[in-house]
Design a protein. Structure first.
Length: 455
């Protein structure tokens, strides 16, 4: 509700503004002095308060300082007939949203009011996002607001207490490593090591030594015996990332340790046994590789006792606002800035395809913070590819081979056109409605239809 409290000792001004603003759709309350203002601000649901600087029984600036501490979620705008820089600076330092000099014109007041309510809306959206972030399932660095991710976390909870080998698959950047770490931390092995190994990053000729260790003199440069990752993970968990990249020859060597947890060091002849849980991850389709003869079927079934698929970010768009809020929280305390978001920005981020998934989103947020000039990040602070997706033309759709359902396409075009009109009108619905050639009521209906479910 857009409720306004006007505090001024000039009854004529109160009557004029109350009548005019009520016609504009606002609920308006009035108070003629400080004592009345204290009572009404405590009893009435006013979101926005106009305070006269000079009242019969109080100083408006002192009243502002009192109210700011008591009502931090309200917006305050100062008014005075004695405009000077010192008063304006004092009011803004005390926490006023804006400062207006009398006589105040109605159209100027309406612009200020709509800006204030737009800012309040952003503030409330950020607050709701933080509350949802706290209420959602947050495990380590994972945020699960979407039903798909909540299902995964429930599965993770069930399998963590078992000894089953697990295969995690999904696109790069979806959080496969974090899922593996979570399984380890929820298991009875959490006090023992979690050893990650990126199989794709280790040359084929060194991978066997890296995993199983080697004996002194087993190859050139082996000046001493060395334990491998499996021995280092004894009692805990070994995480073999990018398992789909290992060669068929090494797959055969890996099969034995997955069957009975035994192996020999390179150059050794002693069979070693370890108590280790194996979790693997891949961004490739291992089943397809098995069908093509590029991955051993017996190894595949040994590793894939439990299969966990992590959906891409574009498959769980509901998580994006909370992820954005989580990543921004990293920088708020560091830079002492609020970095608020808004519906338009979140809409663009939710519509982008995110080929790099959560990792790409975090990098994009960090870039936006680095390039941000003010307190608020905008779409212009994001990487070029995200801007290019924002500016995709209708010609691109005509040139594409895929068809978007016509109702969805028309809704998306209408939504973007409304956002543009609102931007060009500084957030004023009446002005935007005139630009669009529709009534204010029609615009408000469409805004409610398109934007209330974005968060």
């Amino acid at each position: 509700m857009k409720n306004i409290l006007l505090v001024d000792d000039e009854s004529k001004i109160l009557k004029i503004f109350k009548s005019s603003l009520t016609k504009q759709g606002y609920t308006v309350y009035t108070a003629a002095n400080g004592q009345e203002a204290r009572k009404k601000i405590a009893d009435l649901p006013a979101n926005l308060v106009f305070l006269d600087m000079k009242l019969p029984d109080a100083c408006g600036l002192e009243l502002l300082q009192e109210f700011i501490g008591l009502y931090p979620n309200k917006i305050f705008i100062m008014m005075t007939a004695f405009g000077n820089i010192d008063n304006a600076v004092a009011a803004m330092k005390a926490g006023a949203f804006d400062y207006m000099v009398k006589p105040v014109r109605l159209n100027e007041m309406v612009v200020t009011i709509e800006k204030a309510f737009e800012w309040l809306g952003v503030k409330e959206e950020n607050k709701r996002l933080k509350e949802k972030l706290q209420q959602s399932e947050v495990n380590g660095e994972l945020v699960a607001n979407s039903s798909a991710m909540k299902d995964i976390l429930r599965l993770v909870e069930r399998v963590s207490s078992t000894e089953a080998n697990i295969l995690i698959h999904g696109e790069s950047g979806t959080g496969k490593t974090k899922i593996a770490q979570m399984i380890h931390m929820l298991s009875e092995r959490k006090q023992s090591p979690f050893i990650p190994v990126n199989c794709a990053a280790i040359p084929e000729q060194l991978l066997e030594s890296e995993l199983f260790g080697h004996e002194k003199g087993s190859f050139t440069g082996a000046v001493s015996s060395r334990k491998g990752k499996f021995e280092a993970a004894n009692g805990g968990t070994i995480f073999l990332d990018e398992i789909g990249e290992i060669s068929p020859a090494f797959q055969a060597k890996l099969l034995q340790v997955t069957q009975d947890k035994t192996f020999m060091r390179v150059g050794g002849d002693v069979l070693k046994k370890v108590d280790v849980r194996i979790i693997c991850a891949t961004n490739r389709d291992l089943k397809k590789l098995v069908e093509e003869g590029k991955f051993r079927e017996d190894l595949y079934y040994r590793l894939n006792i439990v299969d966990i698929y992590i959906p891409s970010l574009r498959e769980r768009q509901e998580d994006i606002p909370l992820l954005v809020e989580k990543f921004l929280d990293k920088y708020r305390s560091k830079h002492q800035k609020n970095y608020p978001t808004n519906r338009e920005l979140l809409n663009h981020l939710m519509n982008y395809q995110w080929p790099g998934n959560v990792r790409e989103l975090e990098n994009a947020i960090e870039r936006a913070v680095v390039l941000c000039h003010g307190d608020s990040i905008t779409i212009e602070d994001f990487p070029r590819e995200i801007l290019d997706s924002k500016n995709q033309s209708f010609t691109d759709l005509l040139d594409g081979e895929d068809y978007i359902p016509l109702p969805d396409l028309l809704d998306e075009m209408e939504k973007k056109y409304i956002l543009k009109a609102l931007d060009d009108s500084l957030g004023q619905p009446s002005k935007a409605a005139r630009k669009l050639g529709i009534s204010r009521q029609s615009l408000l209906y469409k805004m409610n239809k398109y934007f209330t479910e974005d968060l």
